[in-house]
Design a binder for this molecule. Structure first.
Ligand code: ATP
Length: 253
């Protein structure tokens, strides 16, 4: 299953039209209504990704590197199908397992067990698959009877255990990840890291968006450097990391 995964992006751009506070004000909406302007025009267009072209093939462990706001999360969301490109084209062959956007799909009032299903569906699993793995997921969380209680009664560490257990029980040929390795207490963290290593080893493609240099070096064999939504460098991990670190040093100096 691991050698057919492939992702191709051609000139992919993602823009967000943003209304300022003024545009959203009652007065502005009233003026729009009486002048029959349907919607106030967006006062800013934020370009989160700008003509990104990229091929990711089986065996690639790709790091997405860049400063805050460079477009890393946006690119992960495009790969996961959460955002559609405003322009350009994306082709993904292979099943994506999205291990980012941690809070998505959870309901505070639902029990741990109910949330296992909700979250599983959000990250791309099928209902039957989650049902079949329910006991295994529950065991991995080590939360026992607390899984019958509503999520609002959980500590943040307990919540992370649940998120992690669901995420890593699902198979994916393409694994999309950001830097949330440090889950839970020391004992759980060891177990989590081991589980994550297994998933990455099985996946055809790993895409990791991170600021964690050590994690990138130990996990990835390729990297791209994003700046203001554009790929400004691509190549071997060490080369691209060196370029990024030299650039961020220069920015601070
Ligand atoms: N929903 C949105 N609406 C408007 N602008 C957005 C939205 N999401 C992202 N942006 C903008 O797009 C750009 C890229 O954001 P993104 O979250 O992809 O950056 P990032 O590289 O992941 O940053 P960080 O390292 O800080 O997490 C930023 O300028 C951000 O403000």
């Amino acid at each position: 299953m691991t050698n057919t995964a492939h992702i191709a992006l051609r000139d992919v751009s993602v823009t967000f039209p943003v209304l300022s506070f003024h545009d959203r004000s009652l007065r502005s909406r009233f003026v729009s209504a009486v002048t029959l302007r349907r919607k106030p025009a967006a006062s800013h267009i934020i370009t989160a990704l700008n003509e990104v072209s990229l091929d990711i093939r089986a065996g690639d462990r790709l790091a997405i590197i860049g400063a805050n706001g460079a477009g890393k999360t946006t690119l992960l969301r495009v790969l996961a199908g959460i955002y559609h490109p405003t322009a350009g084209r994306i082709d993904v062959s292979g099943r994506c397992l999205s291990l980012f956007d941690l809070q998505a799909g959870f309901d505070e009032e639902a029990t741990g067990y109910e949330n296992i299903m909700r979250r599983g569906l959000v990250i791309g699993a099928r209902r039957a698959e989650i049902d079949a793995r329910r006991a295994e997921i529950a065991e991995f969380t080590e939360l026992g009877d607390r899984l019958d209680l509503p999520l609002r009664t959980y500590s943040s560490g307990m919540m992370l255990r649940l998120i992690f257990a669901v995420a890593t029980a699902v198979e994916g040929e393409i694994v999309l990840l950001d830097e949330w390795i440090g889950v839970g207490d020391q004992q759980f963290r060891r177990k989590a890291r081991q589980r994550l290593d297994e998933i990455v080893a099985r996946a055809g493609i790993l895409v990791l968006a991170s600021h964690d240099i050590e994690l990138i070096q130990s996990t990835c064999n390729r990297a791209i450097l994003l700046e203001q939504g554009r790929i400004i460098a691509a190549g071997a991990t060490d080369t691209i990391l060196a370029q990024y670190l030299a650039g961020s040093g220069a920015r601070k100096a």
